[in-house]
Design a protein around this ligand. Sequence first.
Ligand code: XMP
Length: 304
Amino acid sequence: MDANAFIETAIREIRQTAGEDRVVMALSGGVDSSVCAALAEKAIGDRLAPIYIDTGLMRKGETERIVHLFGHLDLQVIDAHDEFFSALQGICDPEQKRKVIGERFIRIFEREAERNGARSYLQGTIYPDRIESQGGIKSHHNVGGMPVAVAFRQIIEPLRDLYKDEVREVAGALDLPPEIQHRMPFPGPGLAVRVVGEVTREKIAVVREANAIVEEELIDQYHPWQCLAALLSLGTGVKGDNRIHGWVVAVRAVASRDGMTANPLDLPYEVLEKLQSRITAEIPTVARVVYDVTPKPPATIEYE
Ligand code: XMP
């Protein structure tokens, strides 16, 4: 693929397909939706209405980061914490969780699209998203492939034939900041799939802090394909003079080519110790930290 040729063609296609429409899109800040937004802005300027839905399940500092990166595109930020946490109450099954989050996301998006009077809908579906959804491996929440009940005249998917590494190449050719171009993948359902069992605000707050520590300690030094922290269950621990019931946090850092298979990173013991001591010291409700050495298969990368 020639990235510059792709950009020219995609801009032309978006401009032609959109016609005079106002075009709405969900911007998550990941490389796919960021590339889509940049292409659409070149194609149709301020007729693009990018919407960022803050689900309450995002990583630490994510909303501020996205506002900083895309504020110039007139980004609309929708605070939907309450809606997502109430929808997730009592839901423990991983696939059910994904469905509930995907549904909520779509309903909010539809509402906002109508408010914006948009007639076309742009989304950053890439080739592997289409394949994985067809294969029924897991219900892929990306907005991609989700039925939207708004009467859009059309759906525009400029990246539909690209692989992830090609999208990254296009991001480079578009001069998007390196932090977007090389961003680790992050699942659409967010931190919800890093909490085993029912999702609550408290658990998300814990797993968000733990994820931030893992990313801070590992990304620049060890360049994992993906790294994360997940909340497993409650376990017994002792803090000060008291036996406590505290969270068990699992740390995962993997090398992979495409996420289909993965191998755990062979991290130095001192690094594991540092992760343990920071997580237990900085998050008082964590009693135990474990490092996951399981490859994929048999384990998946995420915990749910
Ligand atoms: P697993 O856990 O299946 O993950 O080994 C493989 C890659 O996919 C990401 N992932 C998701 N991405 N929606 C997404 O958009 C999802 O429901 C989802 N589940 C997993 C995961 O982070 C990893 O990069």
